[in-house]
Design a protein around this ligand. Structure first.
Ligand SMILES: Cc1cc2nc3c(=O)[nH]c(=O)nc-3n(C[C@H](O)[C@H](O)[C@H](O)COP(=O)(O)O)c2cc1C
Length: 339
C-alpha cells in the first residue's frame, strides 16, 4: 500500500512501528526539490530516529564544489521529513550537523511526543507530491499581500530571509545577472558536460536527473527576461508548446532567499526555508521557478549579496506566480535511499 497517499490523514494501523514510520517519512522526503534532481541524500534509521545524510557522490563537483546546493537540497528533504512526522501527529526533534565523526550527516530527527497536526500542517503535507518546479512565465496578476507576508514569515521561521524585489530596477538587475550567468554556464564545457549527465533523454527509465517532461521544449520568455537553464542541450527535448508562443509573460514575484552566514548549517536552514515557502505557495495555488545560475559564479553571487541582499548570503532566486502549466518529475524509490 502506498501510505503516502492515505487520504484521511490517518496513519494506517500497520504503519505504526518505528520502521513503518521511517519508511513513510522517507517516502515523503524524497519529493523535496534538489539541484538538477540529483537527490543528493540517503537516510538511515534506528529506533525512533531518522538520520539524513548528504550523498557526496551526487554532488555537482564543477557547479557546486563546496556542496552548498547539495546541502540546500538536503535541507529541503529535512523539512519535508518534519512535515511528514507532523502529519502523523509526531513532534520532530531535530539535531542539525555538525558531527565530527560523521561529516556527511545533515541532521538527526527523533520523535517521541504526540500532538495532533493542525490543518495547516496537513495542508503542507498534501502539497508535498503536488509541488513542482515551474520553468517559464506566469499570469500577469499580483499575488495577495497576505501571501507575500506569509511567505516572508515562513522563511524567517527557518532562520532565512525572503527578500521581495518590488523595485523594477532591482528586478531588471537580477534578471540581467541570471541571463549573464546562464550564458556563461552554456559556454563552460565542464559545466555543460556535468549538467548533461543529469538531463536524461526522453523515454529514459532513470529516476533522477531532470527529465524532458519537466521543462518546455521552447522556453517561454518573461519580462524582464529570466532564462531557464538549457536542460535539452540543443536536442529539442522537452514538453511541446501548448499553443502559439506569444508575447513575453510576467516574471512573477521576484525574490531572493538569503541567510546571514554561509556555513553548511546555513545552507541546510536555507533548504528548509526553501521547501517551507514552496509548500505554502503550492497550498495557495502558486507555483515557483528557481534560478541558481548566478549563485554558482562567485563574483555574481558576491554582487547579489552586496547590491540586492544588504550583505546577506543569497542562497536561491525564486519567482512566484500562477500558471496553468504542469510538469512531471521523477524520484528514486524509498528502498534506494533508506539504508
Ligand atoms: C539548490 C537548488 C538549485 C536549483 N536550481 C535550479 C535552476 O537553476 N533552474 C531550475 O529550473 N531548477 C532549479 N532547481 C529545481 C530542481 O531542478 C528541481 O527541484 C528538480 O529537478 C526536481 O523537480 P521538482 O522540483 O519539480 O520536483 C533547483 C533546486 C535546488 C534545490
Amino acid at each position: 500500500m502506498n501510505v503516502f497517499w492515505a487520504p484521511s490523514g490517518e496513519l494506517p494501523k500497520e504503519a505504526s512501528s518505528p520502521e513503518e514510520i521511517a519508511r513513510f517519512v522517507v517516502e515523503a522526503a524524497v519529493h523535496a526539490p534538489s539541484v538538477h534532481n540529483t537527490q543528493p541524500w540517503w537516510f538511515s534509521h534506528s529506533g525512533s530516529e531518522i538520520s539524513v545524510h548528504a550523498d557526496v557522490e551526487r554532488r555537482l563537483a564543477v557547479a557546486d564544489p563546496n556542496g552548498r546546493e547539495m546541502m540546500i537540497s538536503c535541507g529541503a528533504a529535512l523539512f519535508t521529513a518534519r512535515v511528514a512526522l507532523r502529519y502523523l501527529g509526531l513532534v520532530p526533534a531535530v539535531r542539525l550537523l555538525p558531527d565530527p565523526d560523521l561529516p556527511n550527516l545533515v541532521a538527526r530527527i527523533g520523535w517521541r511526543d504526540h500532538t495532533p497536526p493542525v490543518d495547516y500542517e496537513r495542508q503542507l503535507f498534501t502539497e508535498i507530491p503536488r509541488r513542482r518546479t515551474h520553468r517559464g512565465g506566469f499570469e500577469d496578476e499580483p499575488l495577495p499581500a497576505s501571501l507575500l507576508s506569509a511567505l516572508r514569515e515562513e522563511a524567517a521561521r527557518e532562520h532565512a530571509t525572503l527578500r521581495i524585489l518590488g523595485d523594477d530596477g532591482q528586478r531588471a538587475t537580477l534578471a540581467a545577472l541570471v541571463e549573464a550567468a546562464d550564458h556563461a554556464l552554456r559556454l563552460d564545457s565542464a559545466r555543460v558536460k556535468e549538467e548533461s549527465r543529469w538531463t536524461p533523454p526522453p523515454g529514459s527509465q532513470r529516476r533522477d536527473g531532470v527529465p524532458a517532461t519537466a521543462y518546455p521544449a521552447r522556453p517561454e520568455r518573461t519580462e524582464p527576461s529570466f532564462p531557464s537553464r538549457d536542460f535539452a542541450h540543443g536536442h529539442g527535448w522537452g514538453l511541446p508548446p501548448g499553443g502559439e508562443i506569444a508575447m513575453p509573460r510576467s516574471a512573477g514575484l521576484v525574490t531572493v532567499l538569503s541567510t546571514a552566514a554561509d556555513r553548511p548549517e546555513d545552507w541546510v536552514n536555507a533548504g528548509e526555508a526553501l521547501q517551507r515557502v514552496l509548500l505554502l505557495a503550492s497550498a495557495s495555488g502558486v507555483s515557483a521557478a528557481l534560478h541558481s545560475q548566478p549563485l554558482e559564479l562567485v563574483q555574481l553571487r558576491d554582487f547579489i549579496a552586496e547590491h540586492l541582499c544588504g550583505g546577506a548570503q543569497p542562497q536561491m532566486i525564486m519567482r512566484f506566480g500562477t500558471t496553468g502549466q504542469s510538469s512531471v518529475s521523477v524520484r528514486r524509490r524509498v528502498d534506494e535511499v533508506l539504508l
